[in-house]
Design a protein around this ligand. Sequence first.
Ligand SMILES: NC(=O)c1ccc[n+]([C@@H]2O[C@H](COP(=O)([O-])OP(=O)(O)OC[C@H]3O[C@@H](n4cnc5c(N)ncnc54)[C@H](OP(=O)(O)O)[C@@H]3O)[C@@H](O)[C@H]2O)c1
Length: 306
Amino acid sequence: MNDPTIILAGATGNLGGRIARALLERGASVRALVRHGTAPDRLERLEKRGATIAIVDFNSASQVAPACSGAACVVSALARLRDVIVETQTVLLEAAIKAGVPRFIPSDYSIDFTKFPPGENRNLDLRRDFHERLEKASISATTIFKGAFADMLTGQMPLILFKLKRVLYWGDADQRMDFTTIDDTAAFTASAALDPSTPRFLRIAGDQLSVRELRAVVSEVTGKEFHLLRAGGLGMLGTLIKVARTVAPGEKELYPAWQGMQYMRNMFDGRAKLEPLDNDRYPGIRWTTVRDVLSARQVSQCARPG
Ligand SMILES: NC(=O)c1ccc[n+]([C@@H]2O[C@H](COP(=O)([O-])OP(=O)(O)OC[C@H]3O[C@@H](n4cnc5c(N)ncnc54)[C@H](OP(=O)(O)O)[C@@H]3O)[C@@H](O)[C@H]2O)c1
């Protein structure tokens, strides 16, 4: 198909904006579905890149459906809690079906939550709930699993404690984990959106390494000797999650501290490890390693004045 149209929900967000760019680079027409009230500067940025904007009422599938017409795939990069991941995505799904769109990519972009039971990770349980609806829908769906965003290793994810020169971990120092950058996830998602024959699940990882391997890489890149710091076993982490959820519930927040801890527990326990990988499915994607991410941080630190 020449110049296929891809519908993108969440295009004003971090991952979504990069998916839009990757789709446009691949020659697709991008129609970004946005809600009423989205900040105008976000819309301008998208339009400048070459996307078209459709402002829709995400409460009504019959109102969203016309904006989906003629598309080859609907891609969601929406983020929030049940209201969006289950309810808004359901409206988007129904709209895609009404409009006769053949394919749907939900906003999963996570570790493989099909490998562990419900109740262990609040945000991933929401995706699981949405999947129950997705499996019953008459549309071809593809989920992209990619571990954790590698970009978070230099900030949000409390694994590498740069100031203390420690790599913090729980459980087994030799358990490998999956890391993929946001840009690589976007590039792969764009290619998958344009591929008419994707399977139900695709698994990617820019890098797979244990904390022991991570310690060696961060030591080499920074030129400073980092050490491992074992905080405890996974049972202890489970107890801490319960305590954190009691003392600082933050149930309405997307990423309260205990949510990040749930994610870490799932990564450290190995069940959500991705295999086999589909990294080679699309030629032309150069996978960014954790060493690349840490080297880029090192360069930007060295460039800082003072
Ligand atoms: N595995 C990982 O390590 C990891 C880490 C972070 C994120 N993720 C996943 O990546 C995906 C994208 O996350 P992100 O960080 O890019 O999100 P983000 O930057 O917060 O963007 C969220 C997008 O959702 C839209 N949105 C939010 N609430 C909405 C609503 N009620 N109706 C319509 N649109 C709404 C926002 O639109 P507005 O501009 O109108 O607000 C925005 O476009 C999510 O699935 C997230 O869980 C994975």
